[in-house]
Write a protein that binds this ligand. Sequence first.
Ligand code: SAH
Length: 250
Amino acid sequence: MSTAILSALPEEQSSLLQHLAHPHRVMHAGRAFWCGELHDRPVVLALSGIGKVAAATTATALIEHFGVARIVFTGVAGGVGDGVHRGDVVVAQDYVQHDMDASPLFPRWELPGYACSRLACDTALTAMLFEAANLCVTSASGLWGLKTIHGDAHRAHRGLVASGDRFVSTAHESERLRTALRDAGHDVLAVEMEGAAVAQVCHDYGLPFAAVRTISDRADDEAHGDFSQFVQTVASRYAEHMVLSFLQKL
Ligand code: SAH
C-alpha cells in the first residue's frame, strides 16, 4: 500500500516529482495526484492546498480514492516557540486548532465530539521522521551552505504544532496566540494552516499520520517577505532530503 506525501506548496512537491519513478498523474476532486515510486516505495504525491478545508478534502481523497496506508505531511510553518528559528525543523508530536472556539458550549480549543483539543500523530512514523529531520538539519550547512543568523546550528524540534485559517504575520498576533495557548497548557512550537485538519481526518479513518514543518518565518511582522524567499531557496530542498531519507526507513 502507498504512502501519501502531502505538501502544502508546489515548490516542495516539484523537487520530489523529479525523483518519482513511473510517474502518472491522476486528476480527482479538482486536484492533481502523482502516483509512482520513490526509492522503490509506492507513493502518491499530492498538494494539500492552503487552509484546513482544502487539506481535509485532499486527505480524504487520498484515503477514499487512492487507498493510501499512511499520510506524511511536509511543509513550512512560522516558528513561535522559544529557540525555534528560521531554518530549523519542527516534527509534530500533536496538533491543536488555534482557531477552534465553541465556548461556552465546549472549552476553548476543544474539538466538539472528540472530547479533547489535541490530536496525536503516529508515534512510530513521527520517530522516523524526527530521525530524518535531524539528519537533514545536521547536513544543511554542508549541503547547502545554510548558516543560522544567531550562530548556533539549525535544530530539529519535536512538539505541539497549531493550525488555523490565518497566515500569522505580526509579532503581536503571534505572541497573543502563543500566550493564550500556553496559559491553557498547550506549549506551541510552530503555527501553520493545514496539519491539524489532516490529523483529524486520519484520526477519523484510523490512519497513521506524521508531519514535518521547516520554519520559514517567525510569524512576526517580517513573516511575509521571509516566507516567500525561504520557500524558493530552502524549503524544497529540505522536503526532498527529509522525505527521501524517511522513505528509506519505512
Ligand atoms: N504566499 C503563498 C501563501 C502561503 S500561506 C502563496 O502565494 O500561495 C502560508 C503557507 O505556509 C501555509 O500553507 C501555511 O501552512 C504555512 N505557513 C508558513 N508560515 C506561516 C505563518 N506565519 N502563519 C501561518 N501559516 C504559515
